[in-house]
Design a protein around this ligand. Structure first.
Ligand code: NAD
Length: 497
């Protein structure tokens, strides 16, 4: 099945059948393919080729560059099921979420096509007669992209679609756990490039298959002015300072520890649905997964009872066949989850669920029952991101306390409040409310739309991707002063005769 799908998406079988690095499916542990990891010398050569491609691509008018992204979006529409299936097989999220990821790619292509006609600057009043000032935006260079396993295609596309219309070439180092998805995206982009014609240089977009060492070559390359890196806070702590040490720019999209404040006035039917999707979706392996439920003491027992019932009914199993919770990515993720649950129990927490499931049917895969953990307080265990379906439930008495708990973690990605009290809702999104990059009202913390800027503060890294004015990150800003007079007045009235 993989062979035909990959071929339909334009991938040469030699790229995924003949290498010495096996790629496993988390759904059943089967080998999906074998890829060849690249040496540091290979990566360096790719960087040189990306520089040459950039020098050619930046000369193509931006709306014409948008046409390539439009064609790419068409390829994604035509191959949505194939790519969605591959996402499911390679990273284990359920098929509906695999399709959703591809839809996000299509959405960002649409946005980028429009943006390609709107790469606008400013005109600025000059203090000197016969002068005008303006601000213009120019292509930046080869853009380095490093991505995580849990969103193997969409975050690349958020960056790639905008970076391409902005006139840049691409170098993508995907997660070593999901290289086939990267090859498929590259295959689809190459199909679009073939349709587009010669203006698109062959090395406009390249995939670098490798582990962190390959990423490090990219991170240290002075020819790569921007590194956009998605992954753990640990990775960001290494990548951010290295890029800064050579005065490169970075967009860091790192770990989250996202909360919901559930108030006494909330619509509990809506809240329970939102909790279920955001805590259990992608088996708790989204950066925006709901990890902390801060619930008012007066409704805590009722909410817990409803949640336990809802969790009991979650279908766990093969993500291709209608289950709501698929597997964890690997044994290490499972061990990590078990060790955190054991520590929580030692600390007196009440743990519901969390056990391994379907072990006999899938001895090489790691399905778990999503866990609810009743915590007495927000301790160090809760403040850490465990990349698994663990929902900590903690009570609160007054709104100020809940808000303080929302913010009292190192990460600052997403957050939400369920309330029908206007004052609470507005306070949550005010200057003194949630300190996260995303703050929602009566919507869970996950499942962002393309139109807004996506990203978070503090240990989440401060980066933003997708909509709003994020396109500016992929361009360099230039201030121009033009003198159309016959005099040479100096600024600030300085006389220099
Ligand atoms: P990871 O940090 O282990 O790996 C991410 C990527 O970074 C991989 O491609 C890896 O090879 C590379 N890498 C690791 N160390 C590197 C280094 N020193 N130099 C260069 N490259 C390096 O993360 P993961 O396990 O794949 O993904 C899960 C994590 O990603 C979670 O913490 C999750 O919250 C986070 N995440 C964040 C976002 C977001 O938008 N904020 C989105 C998805 C995932």
């Amino acid at each position: 099945m993989i062979q035909e799908m990959m071929q339909r998406m334009g991938v040469d079988p030699a790229l995924f059948e003949t290498g010495d690095f096996p790629v496993y499916s988390p759904t059943d542990g089967a080998v999906l393919g074998r890829v060849q990891m690249e040496s540091q010398a290979d990566v360096t050569q790719r960087i040189d080729r990306a520089q040459a491609a950039f020098e050619q691509w930046r000369q193509v008018p931006a709306p014409r560059r948008g046409e390539l992204v439009r064609l790419f979006g068409e390829q994604l529409r035509a191959h949505k099921e194939d790519l969605g299936t591959l996402v499911t097989l390679e990273c284990g999220k359920i098929y509906q979420e695999g399709l959703g990821e591809v839809q996000e790619m299509i959405d960002i292509c649409d946005l980028a096509v429009g943006q390609s006609r709107q790469l606008y600057g400013l005109t600025i009043a000059s203090e000197r007669p016969g002068h005008h000032m303006r601000e213009s935006w120019h292509p930046l260079g080869p853009i380095g992209l490093i991505t995580a396993f849990n969103f193997p295609v969409a975050p690349w596309a958020w960056n790639a679609a905008l970076a391409l219309v902005c006139g840049n070439s691409l170098l993508w180092k995907p997660s070593e756990k999901t290289p086939l998805c990267a090859l498929a995206c590259q295959g689809l982009l190459e199909k679009a490039m073939a349709e587009f014609g010669d203006e698109a240089p062959a090395d406009l977009s390249q995939v670098i298959l490798g582990e962190r060492e390959a990423g490090e070559v990219l991170v240290d390359a002075p020819q790569v002015p921007l590194i956009s890196a998605t992954g753990s806070t640990r990775m960001g702590r290494e990548v951010g300072p290295r890029v800064a040490s050579r005065f490169g720019r970075s967009i860091l999209e790192l770990g989250g520890n996202n909360a919901m404040i559930l108030t006494p006035s909330a619509d509990l039917d809506m809240a329970v649905r939102a909790i279920l999707f955001s805590a259990v979706g992608t088996a708790g392996q989204r950066c925006t997964t709901l990890r902390r439920l801060i619930v008012h003491d007066s409704i805590r027992d009722e909410v817990l009872a409803r949640l336990k019932k809802a969790y009991h009914n979650i279908r766990i199993g093969d993500p291709m066949s209608g289950a709501l919770a698929g597997p964890l990515i690997d044994a290490q993720a499972f061990d990590q989850m078990q060790s955190v649950l054991a520590s929580a129990q030692e600390q007196g927490a009440v743990v519901h669920g969390g056990e391994r499931q379907l072990a006999e049917q899938y001895p090489q895969a790691f399905y778990v029952a999503p866990a609810i953990v009743e915590m007495a307080s927000q301790n160090e265990l809760v403040r850490d991101e465990t990349f698994a379906p663990i929902l900590y439930v903690m009570g609160y008495q007054d709104f100020e306390q809940a808000l303080a708990m929302n913010n009292d973690v190192p990460q600052g990605l997403s957050s939400c409040i369920f309330t029908t009290d206007l004052r609470e809702a507005e306070a949550f999104v005010s200057d003194v409310g949630s300190d996260c990059g995303i703050a929602n009202v009566n919507i869970g913390p996950s499942g962002a739309e393309i139109g807004g800027a996506f990203g978070g503060e503090k240990d989440t890294g401060g980066g933003r991707e997708s909509g709003s004015d994020v396109w500016k990150s992929y361009m360099r800003r230039q201030t121009n002063t033009v003198n159309y007079s016959r005099e040479l007045p100096l600024a600030q009235g300085i006389q220099f005769d």
